[in-house]
Structures are given as C-alpha cells and as structure tokens.
Design a protein around this ligand. Sequence first.
Ligand code: IMP
Length: 430
Amino acid sequence: MPLDIVVGAQWGDEGKGRIVDLLSAQAEFTARYNGGDNAGHTVTVGDKTFRLHLLPSGIIHPNTRCVIGNGVVVNPAVLLEEMETLRAAGISVTPERLQISFAAPLITPAHRALDAAQEAARGGAKIGTTLRGIGPAYTDKVSRAGLRVGQMLDADSFTTALREHVLRVNQLLSRLYQAEPIAVEAVIQQYLDYSRQIKDYIGDVSHLLWEALKSGKRVLAEGAQGTLLDLDHGTYPYVTSSNTVAAGALIGLGLGMGFVERVVGVTKAFQTRVGSGPFPTELTGELAVHLRGTGEHPWDEFGTTTGRPRRVGWLDTVLLRYAARLNGLTELALTKLDILSGLNPVRICVAYRRNGRELRDLPYGLSGLEQYEPVYQDLPGWEEEIRSLRQWEDLPPRARAYILRIEELCGVPVRLVSVGPERQQVIEIS
Ligand code: IMP
C-alpha cells in the first residue's frame, strides 16, 4: 500500500518538482495536497522548462495520472492557463489524467484583492505573501464561508453563493481597508465560464486514490512550500496558510493512516527563503551572490511565482533535524550540491547559541528563532565541477564528507543528490 510523500524540508523552493518528476516514473498517481498557485515548480525536460504553480509536477510524465486534493486552494484561472500551456507543449491534459477534488476551496479575485489589502494594512510587519489570495481563501474555508470546486457543478446555486461571497468581501475591502470593490457580475460570468471548462475534471479524489492504493498502485503526494512555512509548525506568523508537513498529505487528500511508505524530505545543500521572517544563517555580499546566482539562469535563486530574489544562507541542520522529526522523514534528497563547488570552507549550522548556551534543538519549536545565533562547523570545500557526475564514488571526497555530515546531524540517510538542473543530473545512493 505504497503512498510516498515528498515534502520540502526548508522554506519552500527546495527543488521538489524535479524529485517528484523523477519518482513519478514509478507512480500511478501524483497528487498535490496543500497550498495553491503560491507554489512554483520549475521542471526542465530537455530544452523545455515548465513553470507550474498548481498542477502536480508529475503531469509532465506521460504515464502518470494527477490529482489536486481537497487541501489545495484552486484558482481556476491559473488552472486553466496551465492546462492550456501544457497542451500547447504537446502534453496530454484530459479528465483521465487530471482530477480535482470537489472539496477543494476556490480562490476568487475577491480573495486576491483581500490578500493585497491585508498586506498593505500590515505596513512594516508584512508577511511578504505571494498575493495569490491563499490566506483569505483558507480563512474562508476555516470560517465555513468558503466556496468549493464542487459547487461549480450547479450553475444556479453557484451563482448565488459566488454573488454573496463577492458582496461580503467587497464590504471588507471598502469599509475596512478603503480598497476598490470587485465587479460582482463580471466575476460571476467569468466563473460560470470556468465551470463549463472544468466540470469534467471534478471528482472524488479521496475515493480514486483509495481504490488505487488498495490495489497496490503507487501514489506520490507532492507537498508545496516547505516544513518551515507550515501554518502550525513553521516560523509563525511568517508562514503560509496550509499544513505543508507530511501529515497534511493525509488530510489534504482524504486518506487514512496505513498507506505511507517513504517520506522524502527535499533540501537544498544550502538555505533559501522568500518573504519575511527569521533566517539565522542568512548571508549577504559575495557569498550570497555565489549561492543566489545573478538571475540569468532559470535555476538561479529568484522566485518562480513572484520573481523576487531569494534570501540565501548556509545549510541549517538545526532546522533540518526539526523537519526530519516533524515529517517522519525516511530519507533526504539533497539538491543543488553543484552550487557549492568553489566555496571554501563550506559551513554547516550544527547548533544555536543564546545567552552563552548552545542548543541542538529549540525549546519552543520555531518561536523566537530570531533570537538565536548559529554555531557553525567548517568543512573543507571542493573545487571540482560536479555536474557531469552520476555515481556516489565519483564525487570529490570532500563533497561526500559534506553529505555524510548532513546525514549524521539529521539522522536521516541521503538517497538522492542533484548536481544540476537537468532531469538526468542526479546521483542515486543505494
Ligand atoms: P502566501 O502563501 O502567499 O500566503 O505567503 C506566505 C509566505 O509563504 C510568504 O513568505 C511567501 O513568500 C511564502 N511562500 C508561499 N509559497 C511559497 C513557495 O512555493 N515557495 C517559497 N515560499 C513560499
């Protein structure tokens, strides 16, 4: 009963898309379970680069079927645009290959407007959201006022519910935030059109996956964002509004407990973050430019969704150990090891210091993270270019020592190492 879960072990953007792309070769289904189009997955196949926000990365793989679970907030405009882009690139997107849960909450232009108004009202205390309406859509779900994808199947009742929703948000926009209200009837016409295009893709994802799992088929759950952005366990309030951790896959897909086999935590060989919030190992200056790149390559550290330059720093194994615990990781996939070539030393944060005391774990989860100073171990760096290597034995001994030290600090084996952006630039470690 193999349900494999791929999660981000940092603040998102770890390169989950390509790991999912690799693992989906053996999966019947790939499934998104959280987040929405705030996510950004870049997958490079040959000379084509796809930037996906909402569709599971597995859609690139011709033999894989894809689902979007009830835990995902769906903006139908983005969904339809991505479906169209993929079709134009020759990738089949049909109801046989893609199903969307009837219970997934919908994002509307009113949610997006509210996200922008709320961020503006936060002034200097901005979260730095992606402005995709994610927080307001989840807020509506929790306050039991939200719209769900399944409501699109009945035009009359959907029209009524949508009108009430936009009018309600308009009150907030104009009275609380002095922002422009949304044009109600235009949104209704737009969403009725989306409904016609999406209706054949709406299904019971929980049931579909349960049948697949019961008959021994492999399902790959694809997490969006990362553990440190989890609503409950991340660097609150600088988090996203969903449960990004592995347990979120069960709720976000409607599955029971007994199916899980592998839980793969994806981490970069260094640390990155977009948006606000604490980042103990953050770097500036030349080292930051080395890690971030200058923006000329698709793999440089600039947000897939927002284009913002990412904050960068040394790998933080206090946080990685935390992610291993929270997710119950069975293995790690280490991405972008090639970026560390040419740096000497290579530093790893192994503990934190506060008031003269060293800590390997934090006393109250991630709260108060900004008060800790990282304690580093310096490892000798390697000069060699490693992008062409495919075997563990061929890696420079110093690069291997770096990986072994990560395993030791986190107590989780590293099974995959990516050494470049292409599909085949991966070293599998048995
Ligand atoms: P929201 O999810 O748009 O509400 O943004 C909340 C926080 O999560 C912000 O700091 C965003 O930059 C961050 N965030 C959301 N999605 C991603 C992602 O896919 N990768 C990295 N950061 C993200």
